[in-house]
Each structure stands twice: as C-alpha cells, then as structure tokens.
Design a protein around this ligand. Structure first.
Ligand SMILES: [Fe+2]
Ligand SMILES: [Fe+2]
Length: 286
C-alpha cells in the first residue's frame, strides 16, 4: 500500500504545485536547529508569503495593538513559536485552497477545515503540555493534504462524493478505486518534502487509531481534533459561526483517544477554538 502512495506523490510538482520558498519555509521551521534570521530571510524572498504573514500577525488572532510591519518585527515582538505558526500557515494556504471536486469540496472548503483542525490541535496540545506544538499544528493543517493529490485520480475513476449517500466510508472508496488512501498519500508527500516524523506520522494515522504509533500524543491529538471539528457545524457563508454538537460528542466519546487534560477542559478548549478560528479565518478570506 505504501508503494502505491509513493507512486502518487512521484510527480507531485505537476499535481500540487507548492512554491519552492513555501516548501523551504515548511521544512526550515521544523528543523531542530531552526535559525530564525535565516527563516525570515527566506520568507522575504516571497512577497506574497510576506504579505500573508504580516496580515496574519496583525489580525485579531494574535491581538496586537501596535502594527507589525516586517518579518523581523514578527520575530522580535511575537516570538519564535508565533513566527513558525504564521509562516507554516501562510506557506500552506496556496496548496489547500483549491477546490477538490471528487471530494465535493468547493474553493476554500478544504482550507477552512484544515485550518480549523490546526487551530484546535494547537490548543489541545497546549493543554496536554505537548513538547512540539508547532509540529502538531502543522500536522493538523496538512492532515488532509492527500486529498489534493488524490482528487484527480478519483475524478478519472468518475468518482464524485456528492453523488453517493456517504454510506461507504471515504477511505474504503479510496482504497477500492486507487489502492491507497488520502492519509497514506499525505504522509508519503510530507516525507518526500523532508518534514519530520512528528508531522508526517500523525497525518498518516489520522483515520487509524489501531497502529502502535497511534498511541503517540501527536497522533491522538490530530485524530481527536479532526473528529471534533466534524462535530462543529458552521455556516459557510459567514465562515465562522460554530455550533458544537455536544450530544454527538457524547455518542462518539468512547471511540476517541484519551488526551491528557482534554475532557476536564473541553468547554474552555472549544470556546478558545471558536474565538481563535473566527478571528483567524477572516485573514485568509478566499
Ligand atoms: Fe482525512
Ligand atoms: Fe479532516
């Protein structure tokens, strides 16, 4: 199965073009010896990326009073973790915002879902006192990136999710038609890009809690956050009015992984998530 996934990402540049600067930023931000001056130098090579970052840094999400006007400013005033989160987010938006017809996702829908999972994962990770919260954030942001790769092959199989009554699980459909699934392909892509295991593994396991590596905190958080986001319905028009389905959560609870400090803080976590998502998503109005 893994080999099939590798085949799909072989010519990925043609299917999912990710600008070179954005790719470098993604891997630089996750290197253990990440040099912030070098990272900002890289970011400044791409005016679009720089503009995105400044916009996000000045948004209500980060709640700063004084205007931030340069990448250096972001680093000095907001710290390394904020720089990583902002650069990772800005580097991923171009990749995730296109429509994915086979999955019945319109323009911006995959992006909004991915961004929601990233923000929620990050908050859950902070409560769980996870060590590498930015790796968890990135895994959340890119967990469904395999859909970008598999959209075209699924279309060639004349598959369109909206025509089905969703009785058949999406992963089962992918495996039946393509002999792989979007989680596996996503992981193969991130490995190809040189992102660390802490990012790639939770992506590969975000629909599978049965593997030994699924017991790692990062994997559990992504799995949990993805399910929780599916329980929050929002009005696509206003892109931010969330409703959290508590009853559905109670029904699902037994199947969700146990993440430290989550259940006892769930209310606070969901509230913070709704607030942050609302502020952040407005920055990238698509
Ligand atoms: Fe998924
Ligand atoms: Fe998802």
């Amino acid at each position: 199965m893994i080999d099939v996934a590798a085949e799909y990402v072989k010519d990925v540049e043609k299917i999912a073009p990710c600008p070179e600067v954005a790719l470098d930023v993604l891997s630089m931000a996750h290197a253990p010896d990440c040099s912030i001056p070098k990272l900002s130098e890289k970011i400044e090579q791409d005016p679009g990326l720089t503009a995105n970052m400044l916009q996000m840094a000045n948004s209500a999400y980060f709640g700063h009073m004084k205007k931030i006007t340069s990448v250096k400013d972001i680093i000095v005033r907001m710290g390394v973790d904020a720089v990583k989160i902002i650069s990772i987010t800005s580097a991923s938006v171009g990749l995730l915002r296109s429509p994915q017809a086979a999955y019945a996702l319109g323009r911006g829908e995959l992006w909004r879902h991915s961004f929601a999972v990233a923000i929620l994962s990050n908050i859950i990770a902070r409560y769980a006192k996870a060590r590498d919260t930015s790796a968890i954030y990135t895994a959340g942001l890119l967990h469904d990136v395999g859909k970008v790769i598999l959209d075209r092959p699924l279309q060639l199989e004349s598959y369109n999710r909206s025509e089905y009554d969703e009785q058949e699980e999406l992963l089962a459909v992918e495996r039946r038609l393509l002999h792989t699934d979007h989680a596996e392909v996503g992981m193969a892509l991130l490995e190809k890009w040189g992102l660390p295991e802490a990012v790639a593994v939770p992506v590969g396991l975000h629909h599978d809690m049965a593997q030994p590596q699924s017991r790692r905190l990062g994997s559990k958080i992504i799995y949990l956050a993805d399910h929780l986001v599916h329980l929050t319905e929002y009005d696509a028009g206003s892109a931010g009015d969330f409703f959290f389905d508590v009853l559905a959560y109670e029904r699902l609870k037994g199947e969700l992984p146990d993440v430290p400090n989550f259940e006892c803080n769930m209310r606070l976590i969901i509230e913070e998530f709704v607030d942050k998502y609302h502020d952040a998503v407005a920055v990238f109005s698509l």
